[in-house]
Design a protein around this ligand. Structure first.
Ligand code: B12
Length: 225
C-alpha cells in the first residue's frame, strides 16, 4: 500500500502535478504514514529524478519549476505535522539558516529548518540568495549557536566559505558552529573550507546540530573549570 503511494508521490513530482502531490500528502497523513517517510521515500526520489532528467536534457527549466511547485504543495501539507512536537520544548539552541548568495534553491534548506524546529531548535530562516554579511549580522543579533548554509550549485558552494570568512571578520567564529549542506556539498568540502560539520539530509542535520550543541556545552564547562 505504501509502495504504491510512494511511487504515486514520485510521479506527481515528475509530472509537476501540485494538486495530486498535495492530495497524496493528505491521504498519506490520514493513512498514518509518517510525514518524513512520505518526503524521503516518495517526494525526494521524484526530485532526484527530475534533477537527472534535467541534467540529461530530458526536462527543461519550466518543468523543473513545476516539479518544485509540486514539492512545495506537498510540503505545505506535511510541514505542520513535522513541526508539531518542537514547539512545546525548551530551546535546544538557536540556528540561523539560509541559502547562500547567488542561489535560490530553498526546498532542502527549508526542510532542514522544519526538522530542526521540530526537534526543539529555534530557527531563523534568512531565505535564499543570502550574502555572508547578513548571516553574520543575524548570528550576532540572535546570539546564534549554529549557522547553517545551504548551496545547491557548484558555482555557489564557494560562497559557503565566504560566510565562514564573514563570521570570522565579525569576531564570531569561535562562538558559532557552522554547518553546511546541499546536493553538491560533501564532508570533504566542509573540511576544506573549515566548517564545523556537514549533513547529507535534514534528519542528519538534526543529529549534527545536537552533537555540536553537546560539544559547545562541554567546551563551556571546560572554560569554567
Ligand atoms: C527544484 C530545483 C530547482 C528549482 C528550485 C525551486 C526552489 N524554490 O527551491 C528551480 C527550478 C528554481 C531551479 C533553478 C535552477 N537550477 Co535547480 N534544481 C532543482 C532540483 C531538481 C531539486 C532540488 C531540491 O529541491 N531537492 C530536494 C531537496 C529535499 O533536497 P536538497 O535540496 O538536496 O536538500 C537536502 C540535502 O541536500 C540537505 N541540505 C540542504 N541544505 C542544507 C543545509 C544545511 C546546513 C544542511 C546541514 C543540510 C542541507 O538536506 C536537505 C533535506 O534532506 C535539483 C536536482 C538535485 N538533485 O538536487 C536541481 C539542480 C540543483 N539545479 C541545477 C541548475 C543548473 C539550476 C539552474 C542554474 C538552471 C538554470 N539554467 O537556470 C537554476 C539556478 C537558479 C539559482 N540561481 O539558484 C543543477 C545544479 C548543477 C550544478 N552542478 O551546479 C541541479 C543539480 C540539476 C541538474 N542535475 O543539473 N532548480
Amino acid at each position: 500500500m505504501s509502495d504504491d503511494t510512494f511511487s504515486a508521490m514520485r510521479k506527481s513530482i515528475l509530472d509537476g502535478a501540485s494538486d495530486t502531490a498535495s492530495e497524496l500528502a493528505k491521504h498519506a497523513l490520514a493513512a498514518g504514514i509518517a510525514p518524513l517517510d512520505a518526503i524521503n521515500n516518495g517526494y525526494v526520489p521524484g526530485m532526484q529524478e527530475v534533477g537527472e532528467q534535467f541534467a540529461h536534457g530530458q526536462m527543461f527549466l519550466p518543468d523543473m519549476m513545476a516539479s518544485a511547485e509540486a514539492m512545495r504543495a506537498a510540503l505545505t501539507v506535511l510541514e505542520p505535522e513535522l513541526k508539531k512536537h518542537g514547539e512545546e520544548r525548551p530551546s535546544a539552541g538557536t540556528v540561523v539558516l539560509g541559502t547562500t548568495k547567488g542561489d535560490i534553491h530553498e526546498i532542502g534548506k527549508t526542510l532542514v529548518g522544519t526538522l530542526l524546529s521540530a526537534h526543539g531548535f529555534r530557527v531563523h530562516d534568512l531565505g535564499v540568495d543570502v550574502p555572508g554579511e547578513k548571516f553574520a549580522s543575524k548570528a550576532r543579533e540572535l546570539k546564534a549557536d549554529i549557522v547553517g548554509v545551504s548551496a545547491l550549485l557548484t558555482t555557489t558552494m564557494k560562497n559557503q566559505k565566504g560566510v565562514i570568512e564573514e563570521l570570522a571578520k565579525a569576531g564570531l567564529r569561535s562562538h558559532v558552529k557552522i554547518i553546511v549542506g546541499g546536493a553538491p556539498v560533501s564532508r570533504r568540502w566542509a573540511d576544506e573550507i573549515g566548517a564545523d560539520g556537514y549533513a547529507k539530509d535534514a534528519m542528519s542535520a538534526v543529529a549534527l546540530a545536537r552533537e555540536l550543541m553537546e560539544r559547545k556545552s562541554q567546551g563551556a564547562v571546560k572554560e569554567l573549570s
